[in-house]
Design a protein around this ligand. Structure first.
Ligand code: HEM
Length: 134
């Protein structure tokens, strides 16, 4: 399997095992940064959190597949989130949290190949869109 197939395989296994990982991912985010939860006070129906996670997951898959589309999403997110006092490191951490949740859900089925592929994708993501930083 190539990098994209390995990452997609982890998405499919997480879905099969845990269903929608939304709650696990936000629980981990707010556990690490309790004050981030306050930033979503206006998101009363959870729609923004859902869109944000969908965008993040699409970025992960897109980067794994070598697509250029995530560049636009990541540039926009890095810029747009400055308005909430969030830096590029915070954006990158969201992807690390997703990886950590996936790794925990898959436990013994998280393979060395999954670790290597996810690390490579996260490393790429951390470089994309940073040139817009001031
Ligand atoms: C620590 C990481 C992050 C935090 C704390 C965070 C926080 C936020 C906040 C506070 C909002 C606006 C909520 C509101 O208006 O009520 C938001 C919106 C959004 N975020 Fe994030 N964000 C993070 C990472 C990301 C990442 C990695 C992406 C994708 C690349 C992303 C994509 C979006 C999008 C697309 C929206 C707008 C959603 C909509 O309007 O429907 N965010 N984020």
């Amino acid at each position: 399997m190539d990098q994209a197939e390995i990452v997609i395989d982890t998405f499919e296994k997480v879905a099969a095992r845990a269903g929608d990982p939304h709650d696990l991912i936000y629980a981990r985010l707010f556990e690490r940064h309790p004050h981030f939860e306050d930033l979503f006070a206006m998101d009363t129906d959870g729609g923004i959190r859902a869109n944000m996670l969908t965008t993040s997951l699409n970025c992960l898959l897109g980067v794994a597949e070598g697509s250029e589309t995530p560049r636009l999403e990541l540039e926009a997110a890095r810029l747009h989130h400055e308005g909430y006092g969030l830096g590029s490191g915070d954006i990158d951490e969201m992807f690390e949290i997703i990886r950590d949740v996936f790794r925990d859900v898959l436990a013994d089925d998280w393979t060395p190949a999954a670790e290597t592929s996810w690390s490579a994708v996260l490393d790429q993501i951390s470089r994309i869109g940073r040139d817009l930083d001031s």
